[in-house]
Design a protein around this ligand. Structure first.
Ligand SMILES: [Zn+2]
Length: 287
């Protein structure tokens, strides 16, 4: 994996689920400092220690899933100077996370305890961002919101033009992590919108991608194109299996592939979630 360093962008490992290089958040520095992603509620206390001396103008979350925005409530409670920036369709879930918690519990009862429970964020601390909104951090550093549905309908990527770095959230999948399956998690993955998003992201001509899972990688155009290809292949494969067998057997068949044999129990659950999300999406299209 190619990683790149930059003085303006600093990667912090949140040790998501207790594992290194599994979840990242980013500090972006202009005259003011912003945090991109917040990690899980479980990893927030550790992250807070790291952020102790930081003055945060914004906390940008790419979407409200618990590994991206779950820690935002805890962090903003300790950083009263910060405003949380989120997609308009995600805001209500930050104000009242109860449906999000119920959804995550249902999607993955085994993983849920590892995420921890997010706490509500007061509405006054939240600002919504739509496509093209720019947040000026000073010193030539800007973060631009990009509406990027597919992984979830309320997904934003953020682009920093001076370094041409794109913060991808889950729109471009994982990079360099043990789980290499496309991130087609339940309940709202949409293949058509996801691939359209990848083509849209190309038009920003990013040089590097800052993956939440995990790290900054160069060669952005090739990575975007490769992920589009993998998504289409993944849906083709699951669609073919689904024509031959019931959904539970599709999950078992995929997990029986040799490439997944050495995964940790947690990572096997993540693969299963991606398979089930793809099945759900294909079934929704069929119905
Ligand atoms: Zn994620």
């Amino acid at each position: 994996m190619t990683t790149a360093r930059s003085s303006r962008i600093e990667t912090i490992d949140t040790h998501q689920f207790g594992q290194p290089r599994s979840g990242a958040v980013y500090l972006v520095r202009g005259e003011r400092t912003a945090l991109v992603e917040s990690g899980t509620a479980s990893s927030a206390p550790r992250l807070l220690e790291r952020l102790e001396d930081e003055d945060l103008a914004f906390i940008f979350v790419t979407h409200v899933h618990l590994d991206h925005a779950g820690g935002a409530g805890v962090i903003v409670a300790e950083h009263p100077e910060a405003t949380v920036v989120v997609h308009p369709r995600g805001a209500r879930h930050l104000i009242d996370p109860s449906r999000l918690i119920a959804g995550a519990r249902a999607a993955s009862p085994h993983l849920f305890p590892l995420y921890g429970e997010p706490i509500p964020i007061p509405e006054a601390r939240i600002r919504t961002a739509t496509d093209g909104d720019q947040f000026d951090l000073g010193d030539g550093v800007v973060l631009e919101a990009i509406d990027s549905p597919g992984h979830a309908p309320h997904h934003l990527c953020f682009f920093e033009p001076s370094e041409r770095v794109l913060f991808t959230g889950d729109a471009v999948g994982n990079h360099g992590t043990p789980v290499d399956t496309p991130l087609t998690v339940p309940p709202r993955f949409d293949l058509e919108r996801g691939t359209a998003t990848l083509r849209k992201l190309q038009t920003y001509e990013p040089l590097r991608l800052a993956f939440t899972h995990y790290g900054v990688a160069s060669g952005a155009p090739a990575l975007l194109a490769a992920y589009e290809h993998r998504l289409v292949e993944w849906f083709d494969r699951i669609g073919q299996l689904l024509a031959e067998m019931p959904p539970d057997e599709v999950v078992r068949t995929i997990l029986a592939e040799p490439r997944y044999a050495d995964l940790s129990p947690t990572d096997r659950i993540l693969v299963e979630m991606c398979v089930r999300g793809a099945i759900l999406s294909l079934s929704a299209d069929a119905g």
